[in-house]
Write a protein that binds this ligand. Structure first.
Ligand SMILES: Nc1ncnc2c1ncn2[C@@H]1O[C@H](COP(=O)(O)OP(=O)(O)OP(=O)(O)O)[C@@H](O)[C@H]1O
Ligand SMILES: [Mg+2]
Length: 259
């Protein structure tokens, strides 16, 4: 299964990706995290790596090479890609956790991020996972990735929604765009929820909008303070709450139970 974690900027996408990746590993899955956010660079740290992988964009000649190949039918020559085929500097491994990064915008005036969108779309489409493997994509904020067709390559979307109405509205937009292109599983996770009362109100709002909610992560001061060092807490309330989210995803998607 390929799950893309989407949502408004700052809603908690990367945090949810890291929590979910840890939980899926604890259940016996081999988890490939795909960093498809061309702006933020800290996901490797959240996942406990001490350096980022070399971006996949370098495999195809860097951004210049990618720009030249963009109009060709294929940017990557392979027809399908197994995780085992990806060279070690591009795919970092730690036990059952793997991390790849598509590419980052590093300099001003280097042009738009569309080439990275093309590479994300093609890599995710060609990625051929084993039954025990799960890909979790940390998507760029907002909805532009839909314009670039990245989401046509995945089967499930997890939308991270915070209480502010703007976040709900972006979540709704993502939901509608995803259902418009026929994505099978579209779920929302409520994040940074400050109280049970807001949990009930936000859930009711999402249900009114026909958005399926798979769980809630309450506002957690430990998450926020860990973020100063670039990490996430290894235990605590959010780690317990993500278990419910994982249970719900496994049962809704009919994923195999491994351990
Ligand atoms: N449940 C939570 N409780 C408290 N703080 C949280 C929670 N979830 C995320 N945060 C904090 O919110 C901030 C943004 O989180 P994160 O970087 O995961 O969001 P993002 O959606 O990936 O952002 P971006 O759009 O910039 O990629 C971080 O400081 C993070 O620690
Ligand atoms: Mg992020």
């Amino acid at each position: 299964m390929k799950i893309s974690v989407c949502g408004k900027g700052g809603s908690g996408k990367s945090t949810v990706v890291a929590l979910l990746a840890n939980e899926a590993r604890a259940r016996g899955y081999h988890v490939l995290v795909v960093d498809s956010d061309e702006s933020n660079t800290g996901l490797f740290r959240m996942l406990g790596f001490d350096h980022p992988p070399v971006p996949l964009m370098e495999l195809v000649g860097g951004k210049k090479g990618l720009q030249q190949k963009m109009r060709q039918p294929n940017v990557l020559k392979e027809t399908s890609i197994k995780t085992a085929q990806i060279p070690a500097e591009y795919l970092l491994r730690k036990d059952s956790l793997m991390l790849v990064s598509i590419g980052k915008i590093l300099q001003s005036l280097e042009g738009c991020a569309c080439p990275m969108g093309v590479l994300s779309r093609e890599f995710l489409k060609k990625l051929d996972l084993e039954e025990t493997e799960l890909a979790i994509v940390d998507m760029e904020a907002g909805v532009e990735h839909f314009g670039r067709g990245v989401d046509t390559s995945i089967d499930s979307i997890l939308i991270v929604i915070e209480p502010p109405l703007e976040s709900v509205n972006v979540g709704q937009k993502i939901h509608d765009l995803a259902s418009g292109i026929g994505i099978k599983n579209i779920w929302a996770i409520m994040n940074k929820v400050p109280s049970e009362e807001i949990n009930t109100r936000l859930k009711a709002e999402l249900e009114k909008r026909k958005i399926v909610v798979v769980g809630c992560i309450y506002y957690d001061a430990d998450i926020f303070s860990s973020s100063l060092g670039g990490g996430i807490p290894a235990k605590g309330a959010a780690v317990r709450e993500i278990k419910e989210v994982m249970n719900s995803i496994i049962s809704k998607a009919g994923m195999p139970t491994l351990s």
